[in-house]
Design a binder for this molecule. Structure first.
Ligand SMILES: [Zn+2]
Length: 375
């Protein structure tokens, strides 16, 4: 009697295979019983939650019921279709990856999904989510859909993705490595890679392209020409991405200062685009939960992406970066705008005020059909 296909998966995955080293018939029987019990809980349902391959920085243990993956500000995908249950910074969940000195939820900016088989997946320490923190709590998400970018928020020692798989909402996480859980039966290092979507051409919208406006007094009231806005302070950065910044006082629920990028080169009938925002080379963008809002040609809000500027490398290093806020079906006249309603009112972690940075937006055309947030 051999170890069977499941055990071979452990071999393929590079894990120690228990039954090879166990000669006791009793122990072997116990091992098989455990495996059978696990197999009865669920058919394999997960895929790799990222493009390409990566490595594991921290494995599963009773003190860390998850895997940490070395994804540094990289796209995070839904490992299975399901319902978005939480997109948040904090919760009362006692199993929240806390440090011994900080009782706040250590996941930082994180997403929790419930899957059709009852399992939950948790994606922690994100720098970006593709969902609004308050209005998309029950959004239906497809497998492989972009849900955010990995990052360094919460109780984290460096940018990574904390991937936790729970059999129920409040139960302890199970070992994500278990081949019982993975569609290809062998999630490991490397996993079966999810190919990066094709780039069919890209357009950058910035101050000098004609698509950029900014102003104050609520969305799209009081627009002002570049260089003339008192609230938006321009810098002398090198074009085309010379940034603007505005203070965030953390006590506003109404947009006061706003900036808008109108899509360029998008067909009237629409097409699929990955929307990215540019975090410039500056160390002053400390704002948490900066909203990047997609609007149609009638200024209706279609979707909101949340970018944690403080969690990106530009806040601690001098390094610019493009950050994805999701893939959408865009038409002529649609825009991306950002405003000064952020998470600072909740967190208030800046001593006096934070700075919201706006810089540029990039549209990368994707092939259809594509997993999107809004259509
Ligand atoms: Zn972790």
């Amino acid at each position: 009697m051999g170890c069977g296909g499941r055990a071979m998966n452990y071999v393929n995955a590079g894990k120690t295979l228990l039954c090879f080293g166990i000669t006791s018939a009793t122990l072997y029987f116990v091992f098989l019983t455990v495996q059978i019990a696990e197999a009865q809980t669920s058919a394999p349902f997960l895929i790799s939650p990222y493009y390409g391959t990566t490595t594991i920085s921290q494995v599963y243990s009773i003190n860390h019921r998850a895997y940490d993956l070395l994804l540094r500000y990289a796209p995070v995908l839904a490992a299975e279709s399901g319902t978005l249950k939480r997109v948040e910074w904090f919760s009362n969940d006692p199993l929240c990856h806390q440090s011994s000195t900080n009782t706040a939820c250590g996941f930082g900016l994180h997403i929790r999904m419930q899957h059709p088989n009852g399992y939950w997946s948790i994606y922690g320490h994100l720098s970006t989510t593709g969902f609004d923190l308050t209005t998309n709590g029950n959004a239906v998400v497809s497998q492989k859909q972009f849900i955010g970018n990995s990052g360094h928020t919460g109780y984290s020692t460096g940018p990574h993705l904390h991937l936790e798989i729970r059999p129920s909402q409040s139960g302890n996480g199970v070992d994500p490595f278990s081949p019982n859980l993975w569609e290809d039966g062998q999630w490991a290092t490397p996993s079966r890679p999810i190919p990066v979507p094709t780039n069919l051409g890209e357009t950058v919208v910035y101050e000098d392209t004609g698509g950029f406006t900014k102003g104050n007094g609520g969305p799209f009231n009081n627009p002002c020409s570049p260089g003339s806005c008192f609230e938006w302070i321009g810098t002398t950065g090198t074009p085309p991405y010379a940034p603007y910044y505005t203070p965030i006082y953390g006590n506003s629920s109404t947009p006061d200062e706003w900036a808008r990028w109108q899509t360029q080169g998008v067909p009237t009938s629409g097409d699929f685009y990955n929307v990215q925002v540019h975090m410039p080379t500056t160390t002053i963008s400390k704002t948490w939960q900066a909203r990047y809002v997609l609007i149609d040609n009638l200024n209706n809000v279609l979707a909101t992406g949340v970018v944690d500027q403080a969690g990106l490398p530009n806040s601690t290093f001098t390094q610019s970066q493009w950050v994805s806020v999701g893939t959408y079906f865009l038409k002529t006249g649609y825009s991306i705008y950002t405003h000064d309603v952020t998470g600072e009112g909740i967190e208030g972690h800046c001593p006096v005020y934070c700075f919201l940075i706006v810089d540029a937006v990039k549209l990368i055309k994707r092939p259809a059909p594509f997993q999107i947030i809004y259509h």
